[in-house]
Design a protein around this ligand. Structure first.
Ligand code: UDP
Ligand code: MG
Length: 136
């Protein structure tokens, strides 16, 4: 049985800056995740703080919010069978050093903070995150 889901991907500033957006989007398309909508934006630190508020108690929170607002990002709605988990698999582990071969973070990530992509971690969070950026 198919299990069609939507999820949110963000191409983070380090990857937009290195012109990796098209390469990353082609990985999604090749793996049967369709791009329903996409836009390039530059968010404020306050918006980043709101988006990442689940991490507000973490030691890296302030740096994370500064980073996500440091330059343009591309936000993308992906749709496909088991899209949340599939996107997480394509992204690879948070730390590019330990991400599996062939994953986006292994291919393009620079460090645990500059790890090129964000992906929703559950269907419920995907809805919240999509609503944050898009009127869908
Ligand atoms: N992060 C960081 N230092 C850490 C852990 C995480 O800078 O020690 C950043 C990293 O960019 C990560 C984001 O915080 O992508 C959100 O962390 P999470 O644990 O949700 O990882 P993800 O879901 O992105 O793999
Ligand atoms: Mg996460």
């Amino acid at each position: 049985m198919s299990n069609k889901e939507k999820t949110l991907s963000i191409i983070k500033p380090d990857a937009v800056e290195r012109n990796l957006s098209e390469k990353i989007k082609s990985i999604f398309s090749k793996n049967n995740l369709s791009i329903l909508d996409t836009k390039k934006i530059h968010i404020s630190k306050d918006e980043a703080a709101e988006f990442y508020k689940v991490h507000q108690s973490k030691p890296f929170y302030d740096q994370l919010c500064s980073y996500l607002s440091s330059g343009p990002i591309e936000v993308i709605i992906l749709e496909g069978d088991n899209a949340v988990l599939k996107n997480r698999e394509l992204m690879g582990a948070t730390d590019p050093k330990v991400a599996k071969e062939g994953t986006i973070r292994k291919l393009y990530g620079i460090s645990i903070d500059k790890n090129s992509v964000h992906g929703s971690d559950s269907v419920a969070n995907a809805k919240v995150e999509i609503n944050f950026f898009f009127k869908h």
